[in-house]
Design a protein around this ligand. Structure first.
Ligand code: AHG
Ligand code: MN
Ligand code: MN
Length: 338
């Protein structure tokens, strides 16, 4: 049985061609191992007692699942020792994670959502890990602080996600297109199965939690109303709707066959003083980078996500991303409403 291109081979080939460092290759390898370990924990589920809630809350006041805590710790343990990372930040930790003193400090900052869509673990639905790699400023000294992480998404060196669905996949960009790898359980390696992923420019599928319809702003309401009006409406075509409850799975579907994913700001979020639901550093920026690299767009409605200047690790923002022509239309509805 021939083995296809492994993710390690792919990264080493990139290292040769675009002169990334060996450090970077090693860092990706450790991330890959962490994701394989999380994939395994997710897969064994009830058999190994990892399902259910952990009886703790994270910094955002969300009840943690046992698997949120396990995934967070697997990701940290795998990435803290090798000397490639300067510090880490996670959706599940209040502050910057400083490496134990015995480990050397590297040049990268690793930011991650250890388990996106974790409530789906209750129903054996898809979940995954999202990560983003930033470079620490060259002249920075001492232990990194939150300030070191406050870089717009445009400065990401790499972004990726591991989706734990019927098969485990890893999707990655270093700013030279997007590639997808599928975990071959027989040999324990991610194999390149989806080279140069491209999001179709047009779509007839949208993804939004319509339970919040009564809270939406007029531009979002207008867009969805027009989709729902179908063939008889101004769009003159029927639309389909999908929502998995895990951004990672919804964005993956958008990458595979086009579509638009929306988690907009709404009246309910504003009442809680939130600027959105999804987190800029752990969710919006990495997914925005991947989507743009696959030919799509990612916006808040009025601003390109990757240009937002972060002001806090756990900052939230509205997210509208996917097929280029649809996202452009939604942006134009926002501009017209201003
Ligand atoms: P997480 O599990 O990391 O907290 O993220 C869940 C997010 C995202 O993945 C999903 O799209 C969204 O929350 C679902 O929110 P609603 O329950 O409001 O639909
Ligand atoms: Mn998440
Ligand atoms: Mn999460």
């Amino acid at each position: 049985m021939p083995i296809g291109t492994t993710i390690t081979e792919y990264i080493i080939e990139e290292q040769r061609q675009i002169k990334t460092s060996g450090d970077f290759t090693s860092l990706i390898n450790d991330i890959v191992i962490a994701c394989k370990a999380i994939s395994s924990a997710v897969r064994y589920g009830s058999l190994v007692g990892v399902l259910g809630t952990a009886d703790t809350e994270n910094i955002q006041g969300e009840t943690q699942k046992k698997l949120d805590v396990i995934s967070n710790s697997l990701f940290i343990k795998r990435n803290e020792w090798a000397g490639h990372v300067a510090a880490m930040a996670s959706e599940e930790m209040a502050d910057v994670y400083h490496l134990p003193s015995q480990y050397p400090r590297g040049k990268y900052l690793l930011v991650f959502d250890p388990l996106d869509g974790s409530t789906n673990t209750d129903v054996n639905g898809p979940v995954g890990t999202i990560f983003s790699i930033l470079r620490r400023a060259r002249d920075a000294v001492g232990e990194p602080t939150e300030d070191d992480f406050m870089q717009p998404g445009d400065r990401q060196v790499c972004a990726g996600y591991a989706l734990y669905g019927p098969s485990s996949m890893m999707v990655l960009t270093t700013g030279h297109g997007v590639n997808g790898f599928t975990l071959d359980q027989r040999i324990g390696e991610y194999i390149l199965t989806n080279p140069n992923m491209q999001i179709p420019e047009d779509t007839q599928e949208f993804s939004i939690n319509t339970a919040y319809l009564r809270f939406w702003d007029p531009p979002v309401r207008r867009y969805i109303d027009e989709c729902l009006a179908g063939r008889e409406g101004p769009r003159r075509k029927d639309f389909n709707m999908r929502w998995t409850g895990a951004m990672i799975a919804d964005v993956h579907r958008v990458l595979m066959r086009g579509g638009v994913f929306l988690y907009p700001i709404d009246r309910k979020l504003r009442a809680k003083n939130q600027e959105g639901k999804l987190r800029l550093m752990y969710e919006a920026n990495p997914m925005g980078f991947i989507v743009e690299q696959a030919g799509g767009l990612a916006t808040t409605g009025t601003q390109r996500i990757m240009e937002l200047q972060p002001t806090g690790l756990h900052q939230r923002c509205p997210v509208i991303l996917g097929s280029r022509n649809e996202v452009e239309r939604i942006i134009s509805y926002h501009l017209e409403a201003q």
